[in-house]
Write a protein that binds this ligand. Structure first.
Ligand code: NAD
Length: 331
């Protein structure tokens, strides 16, 4: 099947091409993000493959439908960038990668938390500069502290398992409680109690209508002073402006983020020679207690291998008229 692969980086080309040896699809790689200006590049391609920051809204889907696209596969778990209602209306099927290494993201979230708490990234910069002073680098023991997990699905539960290993007490918030989380000693509480009681909070729920800015001014006002917050899920879960205010007032003790609500026009590109017009992100990186990475939590060999294999399996199943195991539809 002819597949237009958008937002294709060198590693996408390499790993998708390798996985494709057993599928034989005709892959055409586009570096560009899918959006209103680039949708025409998909004309004549029955399948389109996208990533987290492609804009797959109604007008783009209409353009894809006009060009003959009938399947959109996202190389991600989250599918908040795709208008599922519009896709359903246009007869375009949508598949995602429901299940790839949850360890990739959970381990990265823990890595961010450790770096943030113990200032490892700052210490590294200091020692490279011949500065071996410890002032400003003091952290706290995670052992005996309370970790709040918002979203105890696949990734949240792996995160919780690691935190249990540190000897943390665990609080969870999720409309669908998990017995596995409870078996780890986790206790489900309302969001406000989680904010009030937790020393560290990690976000692992999807971005949907009900979760946009789930961590906003209200949550941060209720939070335990000095809270360390980690977001490896989706940028829109955190109200960035409210986080900046909470950092300035010192209620928020530190923020580590792999995702950012306005990341679409910034991430996955080298912008080191550009003037970045986004004042929110520039303010964020000016804080000594903010750690920012560019949506790399998924980026392990294992996760990429599964993402590529599952994406191509979806395309093959679609081509054969078989059921799509990873299909998502509007509720
Ligand atoms: P999952 O579906 O297994 O778990 C999500 C959990 O969130 C579910 O248990 C669900 O009930 C819960 N949830 C839904 N609404 C909620 C709410 N309002 N409050 C609290 N919990 C709520 O998904 P997963 O595989 O664990 O992935 C979680 C998210 O991680 C994805 O949606 C995606 O946005 C993000 N992610 C990020 C990266 C990255 O590279 N940074 C990679 C993969 C996934």
């Amino acid at each position: 099947m002819k597949v237009a692969v958008f937002s294709a980086r060198r590693y996408d080309r390499a790993m998708l091409s390798e996985s494709n040896a057993t599928h034989g699809h005709e892959l055409t790689f586009q570096e560009a993000r899918l959006g209103p200006e680039t949708a025409a590049l998909a004309a004549g391609f029955p399948a389109v493959c996208v990533f987290v920051n492609d804009a797959v809204d109604a007008p783009v889907l209409e353009a894809l439908a006009r060009g003959g696209t009938r399947l959109v596969c996202t190389r991600s778990t989250g599918f908040n960038q795709i208008d599922l209602r519009a896709a359903g209306r246009l007869g375009i099927r949508v598949a995602r990668v429901a299940d790839y290494s949850p360890y990739s993201v959970a381990e990265f979230a823990v890595g961010l938390l450790l770096s943030l708490n113990r200032h490892i990234h700052r210490a590294h910069n200091r020692t490279r500069d011949g500065n071996f002073e410890l002032d400003g680098l003091m952290g706290f023991d995670l052992h005996g502290r309370t970790a709040g997990v918002i979203g105890t699905g696949k990734i949240g539960r792996v995160f919780a398992r690691i935190m249990a290993g540190f000897g943390c007490r665990m609080l969870g918030h999720d409309p669908f409680p998990s017995p596995e989380f409870e078996a780890l000693g986790g206790r489900y509480v309302p969001l406000e109690e989680l904010a009030r009681e937790s020393d560290v909070v990690s976000l692992h729920c999807p971005l949907a209508e009900g979760t946009r800015h789930v961590v906003g001014a209200g949550f941060l006002a209720a939070a335990k002073p000095g809270l360390l917050l980690v977001n490896t899920s989706r940028g829109g879960l955190l109200d960035t402006q409210a986080a900046i205010e909470a950092l300035k007032s010192r209620r928020l003790g530190g923020l580590a983020m792999d995702v950012y609500e306005n990341e679409a026009s910034l991430f996955f590109e080298d912008r080191s020679s550009e003037i970045i017009p986004d004042d929110l992100i520039q303010r964020l990186v000016s804080f000594p207690n903010v750690l920012l990475t560019g949506h790399q939590a998924f980026f392990t060999r294992e996760a990429m291998g599964t993402i590529c294999a599952t994406t191509l399996e979806s395309i093959t199943a679609f081509e054969r008229g078989e059921a799509l195991a990873n299909e998502v539809t509007a509720r």
